[in-house]
Design a protein around this ligand. Structure first.
Ligand code: ADP
Ligand code: ZN
Ligand code: ZN
Length: 742
């Protein structure tokens, strides 16, 4: 009797909010049909295209007549590639962020697995031969490398090559054992590790004894069940040490730890610290890992061989069959939110994943986001605090400098220069923070008022001096600097304001005998530039660092004792409701780079509005009180976290199309759910930068009293927008819990 046809429901990476049905590939034999499982990838025809999709379910029935279904081309995997908790996480993310499931699943996979050619790497496993097993303990002692390789194989066989390399056992040594007939290898692809987890030496170096506050935080953690904790500890208070202890605990239980860290810079130092402490295989997942290696690292996590997985936001989707804890370091950092495509927040998904897996999630920050702080204060999260710096370091003192009363040297106050001079004379290091790269943010004609503007954006061009060029920081457009004013032919044009390059020049001129090092996106393009910088600073010679927020994140510069923050007013005046929150976080994080060892640190904050009540609170009290006042303001104005937001964005070549689509969308929203205390619709309004990259941008702000109402409205709204003729001509997107309001 012929087999009844199999109907496969797939998630495909299309912008369509639905699943797709196919028949099983024609050439599948009985065993292959039986082996089909949700989570496997298939290649299917889709119109004129070929797509890779993920199998969701298998049945014999379809809502369509069977003869209308097309057969899939082929099955790409022998075992499911998205499984268990990651599958559930994808499904949740698709619902929560109102994003097509197929696309969510593709974002969860390493790039190489998003195409038909990509398959799981074959892993080479090693084990001892019978002869190898029979060897007496000291037979290889003349070759220490072979001896330790043999020892490792004796304890852990079979063990994968990545796991061996994490134990510092290289391939040539293994091949030598092979030649002697002592070891053999075999290839295997599988999604979960079948061998027992290798019993590595967990601690390579002894852990530090926790101080009282750290110990109290650690003792409050529960393992083996869901618990969400916010560790609010000032910079340098030893939060990382608490993470390390928590991870140690999880490793002893044979589990894996997932550590999420913000973008760039931070990772090398964190990884080095983890690698120094633990003897287990550690794998990294972030965008600077090469594509091929990323697949291997992903696979190491999937097989369970990698015991610690450290990565940026994308790592929240990393497979980990024995996950025991998720740690989110610097949880306030906005890089956890993806700004295009699937606009997810990895911190929020981390909590969800922990809940699903019934494991703890530990989030840490010196400057928690108002969202997390609110949850901690209201008792939804466990609130752990560390109020003193670990070791001998004291907290830096903050002083405001009133720019109105100062002689300025290209934006740097005389008082700051004096303090810098005194610090260098004491053989200490200085950090000057200026959150703008380039030489000057505008290039103008003082006689007629012309300023260099981007052809494609509503934005001024930034003057760069190394090499001299005008750059648009919003679309990447570059042009030569004009030799005279294009409008009135005045031959002298003026650079207005300051960026890192200009500050570098001024400081180098003022402090000729000291090294000035600029740290920004432009100067740090070389690979490992950040690591090289850290090494140089650790030598301890007096020098000046000038840089952008790249310097603010997590670094440990032991000899920096003075921090100068050149401009805080941008944050105070920002149009974004999170502007002040971000400014406070940035100041405290930058300040946290000062005085991390024995010598006390000082922070100078330059401002034209030093009396601003929020700045006052931050400087004279602390971040916690500052954040609490902001929370009160948010509560009064019903802004997040006291309401739940979504932004509907639209952009098009013609402003009328983008605005038009949103006007229609606003009407539809009103029809689906009339405005009330539960939902408010604001707009369409132009984005902060109305035209960017030659497109006009508008947005509709949707605010709700709770998440369920929001999900309900958005779901219905998207289906209706999809049917509007204008939606085909306008690029539009939904951003749930937007971080960037521009
Ligand atoms: P955070 O992550 O809160 O910024 P770190 O964990 O980096 O802080 O700790 C800051 C410094 O204090 C580091 O040099 C760290 O080695 C040291 N430290 C942390 N905990 C202890 C401890 N219990 N005893 C001694 N030194 C500690
Ligand atoms: Zn002019
Ligand atoms: Zn531009």
């Amino acid at each position: 009797m012929p087999e009844p046809p199999l109907v496969l429901t797939l998630a495909l990476p299309t912008p369509l909010y639905r699943h797709f049905e196919y028949l099983a590939p024609l050439k599948l034999d009985i065993d292959e049909r039986k082996a089909l499982r949700p989570g496997m990838r298939l290649e299917v025809p889709f119109g004129k295209q070929t797509l890779v999709g993920v199998l969701l379910s298998i049945s014999h029935k379809s809502t369509y007549p069977l003869h209308k279904l097309k057969p899939a081309h082929k099955v790409l995997d022998t075992t499911p590639i998205i499984t268990g908790d990651v599958l559930a996480l994808c499904q949740f993310a698709a619902e929560y962020y109102q994003h097509p499931l197929g696309d969510v699943m593709m974002s969860a996979l390493p790039q190489k697995l998003r195409t038909s050619d990509g398959t799981l790497p074959q892993t080479t496993y090693w084990q001892l031969t019978t002869e190898g097993k029979g060897l007496s303990a000291n037979s290889l002692k003349r070759s220490p490398k072979q001896q330790s390789a043999w020892q490792a194989l004796l304890t852990h066989s079979p063990i994968s090559e990545p796991a061996l390399s994490a134990l510092n056992i290289d391939k040539p040594t293994l091949r030598q054992l092979h030649k002697k007939g002592l070891a053999e290898s075999f290839q295997q692809t599988h999604s979960t590790c079948t061998s027992t987890p290798a019993t590595h030496t967990i601690l390579k170096e002894p852990h530090r004894i926790l101080n009282t506050e750290q110990q109290a935080a650690f003792d409050a953690l529960t393992f083996n069940s869901f618990q969400c904790s916010l560790l609010e500890g000032i910079t340098g208070s030893g939060k990382t040490e608490v993470y390390l202890h928590a991870i140690e605990r999880v490793l002893h239980a044979g589990q894996q730890a997932l550590v999420l860290v913000p973008e760039i810079g931070l990772t090398p130092q964190t990884v080095a610290r983890f690698a120094a402490r633990f003897g287990v295989p550690i794998t990294q997942l972030h965008s600077s890992v090469a594509k091929g290696a990323r697949l291997e690292n992903w696979h190491a996590a999937q097989t369970g061989q990698a015991r610690i997985i450290i990565g940026t936001r994308l790592a929240v989707f990393a497979p980990a069959p024995r996950l025991g804890i998720i740690i989110v370091d610097e949880e306030h950092d906005s890089s956890f939110k993806q700004q295009e495509g699937l606009r997810y927040n990895a911190r929020d998904l981390a909590i969800l994943r922990a809940k699903h897996n019934n494991i703890p999630v530990l989030m840490g920050s010196a400057t928690p986001s108002l969202e997390s702080l609110h949850n901690a204060l209201s008792g939804r999260y466990q609130h752990l605090r560390i109020t003193e710096r670990a070791g001998s370091a004291s907290t830096p003192t903050m002083q405001r400098i009133d720019m109105r009363k100062q002689t300025l040297h290209c934006g740097i106050a005389q008082a700051s220069l004096d303090a810098i001079g005194a610090t260098l004379a004491r053989d200490e290091q200085v950090l000057v923070f200026i959150n703008r790269r380039g030489f000057a943010p505008s290039y103008i004609c003082q006689s007629c008022g012309w300023s260099a503007a981007c052809k494609f954006c509503d934005a001024r061009m930034t003057l760069h001096s190394k090499p001299r060029k005008l750059h648009c920081h919003h679309c990447g457009n570059q042009s030569q600097t004009p030799s005279q004013c294009p409008s009135c032919y005045n031959p002298t044009l003026t650079a207005l304001g300051q960026g890192t390059e200009r500050a570098e020049d001024v400081l180098q001129t003022s402090f000729k005998s000291y090294k000035v090092i600029r740290v920004d996106q432009d100067s740090m393009q070389r690979k490992n530039a950040m690591a090289a910088l850290t090494t140089q600073l650790n030598e301890g010679k007096p020098c000046l660092l000038v840089g952008t927020q790249m310097l603010a994140k997590g670094h440990h510069f032991p000899n920096v004792t003075l921090v100068v923050i050149v401009d805080t007013d941008q944050g105070l005046m920002s149009g974004d409701f999170r502007g002040i929150e971000r400014m406070g976080q940035l100041i405290v994080q930058v300040a946290g780079r000062a005085g991390r060892e024995e010598k006390p640190g000082t922070v100078l904050i330059q401002s034209y509005r030093p009396e601003h009540p929020m700045l006052e609170k931050l400087v004279t009290e602390n971040y916690h009180n500052f954040a609490q006042s902001l929370l009160l303001e948010r509560q009064q104005s019903l802004m997040p976290p006291f309401s739940f937001m979504a932004l509907l964005r639209a952009e098009a070549k013609h402003p009328d199309s983008a605005r038009g689509l949103l006007t229609q969308a606003a009407q539809l929203a009103c029809e689906i759910m009339p405005p009330s205390d539960n939902c408010r619709y604001l707009g369409p309004i132009p984005a902060f930068m109305e035209r960017r990259n030659d497109r006009f941008r508008f947005q509709l702000q949707l605010q709700f009293s709770n998440r369920q109402v929001r999900a309900q409205l958005l779901k219905a709204l998207i289906l209706k927008i999809d049917k509007l003729p204008l939606s085909k001509r306008v690029r539009w997107s939904i951003d749930v819990d937007p971080q960037d309001m521009g």
